[in-house]
Design a protein around this ligand. Structure first.
Ligand SMILES: CCCCCCCCCCCCCCC(=O)SCCNC(=O)CCNC(=O)[C@H](O)C(C)(C)COP(=O)(O)OP(=O)(O)OC[C@H]1O[C@@H](n2cnc3c(N)ncnc32)[C@H](O)[C@@H]1OP(=O)(O)O
Ligand code: UBL
Length: 301
């Protein structure tokens, strides 16, 4: 019995030692392995942070004020990944009235940029599947995040109409990704109109935000995740006062065009999207090397 147990222990010790040796080597040598490690840690870390956020948020119950707790808990994550975020135009948020923020949507990493600029009393509109992501789902619910069922248009529109009333009644701002899904390919997909109906129904301004392409440090397709820089530009509010539902398509196009214009000419004139195969867009100090380490990257490039 004792001999069997001793053999088993030494087998476990050998396996552990091998793992400790193999994992760092693989991490340094394989871009794909590093990508998956970093993404796994990202998701795991956020799930864990949500465990801490839940009891704090639960003291208040479901409330948009809890977004402050969530925002402050997620703020450091960019440092873990050596991602430097530069924000311009924050003064455009200085409105007393509610507004609808619209932003391009590249990946789940958008959470970092969102938490960098999220105004007080502002909640995202999210697909309802997020609600079932374990602790993250519960934290989102406690933060007052508005869930929509994308598979049922009428339901989603109903929730948006209710949201227009809530915005005015409770002075709440709302953040929408009008592309409706993540887009890894630079630039933007066509916009869905929900955010603009919402703004017109509530008669509140739309504030567009452009986040520069992550291409210099992140690509899901290429399994590449290094350190880098992201520029966020908050554009001037676009009023909707006096507009009716018939004006929504034109408003949608106007906002999208303003974002595209900023995307192609802004960011110190170098553009926000970069080019396919060119990782030096606005974030541009050069893919892997560039800003590596500057952000105190715990994953070392
Ligand atoms: C400490 C750790 C804690 C961790 C916490 C982590 C926090 C994480 C938070 C991050 C959340 C991020 C979540 C991101 C997402 O989930 S993005 C996906 C969900 N969001 C969206 O889809 C928003 C954009 N979509 C829309 O606006 C759509 O229009 C929608 C309302 C959803 C309806 O979509 P769909 O079914 O595809 O229909 P259409 O878009 O084709 O619309 C059909 C027609 O209806 C008209 N319409 C749309 N909205 C309205 C409205 N409110 N009122 C009236 N009419 C409306 C629309 O114009 C179409 O008609 P026309 O074709 O124009 O005639
Ligand atoms: C018990 C269940 C465990 C589930 C584990 C899930 C692990 C995920 C944990 C943390 C993830 C944190 C990131 C959440 C914020 C991401 C928001 C996001 O990017 O949503 C995508 C949505 O915009 C569009 O979805 P699609 O592109 O249409 O698809």
């Amino acid at each position: 019995q004792t001999i069997w147990w001793g053999n088993w222990l030494s087998l476990v010790q050998w396996a552990l030692a091998l793992l400790l040796l193999v994992v760092p080597v693989l991490y340094e040598c394989s871009r794909t392995f590093k990508y998956f490690c970093k993404m796994a840690f990202y998701n795991g870390w956020i799930l864990m942070l949500a465990v801490l956020a839940i009891p704090l948020c639960a003291l208040r119950g479901r409330s948009v004020e809890n977004m402050k707790i969530i925002r402050s808990m997620l703020h450091h994550v960019k440092h873990l990944y050596g991602i430097r975020i530069e924000v311009r135009g924050l003064e455009n948020f200085n409105l007393a009235e509610p507004y609808v923020v619209v932003s391009n949507h590249q990946s789940s990493l958008d959470l970092l940029g969102m938490m960098e600029v999220l105004p007080d009393r502002c909640v995202p509109i999210a697909k309802k599947e997020l609600m079932y992501m374990g602790t993250v789902g519960l934290a989102c619910w406690l933060g007052g995040i508005i869930f929509i069922n994308r598979k049922k248009t009428d339901d989603a529109i109903g929730v948006m109409s209710e949201t227009a009333r809530t915005m005015l009644r409770d002075n709440v701002r709302v953040w929408v990704f009008p592309e409706g899904t993540r887009n890894h390919n630079g630039s933007m997909l066509p916009f869905k109109r929900g955010a603009f109906h919402l703004a017109v129904q509530a008669q509140v301004p739309v504030i567009p935000i452009v986040m520069s392409s992550y291409r210099d440090f992140y690509s899901k397709k290429e399994r590449r995740f290094t350190t880098g820089r992201c520029l966020i530009q908050v554009l001037a509010p676009m009023p909707t006062q006096g507009l009716g539902p018939e004006a929504v398509p034109a408003l949608t196009d106007r906002v999208r065009q303003a974002m595209l214009d900023e995307g192609s000419s802004g960011g110190d004139g170098r553009g926000f999207w970069g080019r396919e195969g060119d990782y030096s867009g606005v974030a541009g100090e050069g893919g892997d090397g560039g800003l590596a380490g500057e952000g105190g990257d715990q994953f070392a490039g």
